[in-house]
Write a new protein. Sequence first.
Length: 183
Amino acid sequence: MPADPTDATHAADATHATDSTEAGGPAPGDGIIRASWLGTGALAVVTLAGAVVPAVDIVALVVAAALFLAGTVLFFAAFVKAVDRSRTEEIGVMNVFFLDHSAPRSIRRSLLGSFAVEIAVAVAAAAVRPNTSLAFGILAPVYGLALAGLWGARHGAFPARTPKTPKTRETRETRKSPKRSPE
């Protein structure tokens, strides 16, 4: 049984994308999910500490910059993997990065939840201390989105690409020439 009833159309493709409780072991991409929440936790802890103790805001800046740089690299890796898979599967940006109909609900909720927490932490810190290094935390959520994209590109379930039929090309001659009746 698929983890998400809306994924029933992709159930045959999504057998490898079940959560760990159904499969009896770790789900594919568990390391990606853990990394996402570890980064989110690190951002939240150092940003909160930086908001309370101004001397710590430089640590928050370093963590936010590291998450942004790591997220940029991971975003590119996810894009390259998705492009590679798009040769044989129908893949869209929403399917890869926002896991729309490509991941079980529990995985989608976890990865996008981590991304949402990163956004909330960054916006709150920038609002509380706008003209400080904490405002750079706005860049950190690239990390969470990139990890969601990496999970989608590596483990997402996508329908097979259907071959396109070539269009018939109408030329000037075929438009002007009268149709002949069979004799």
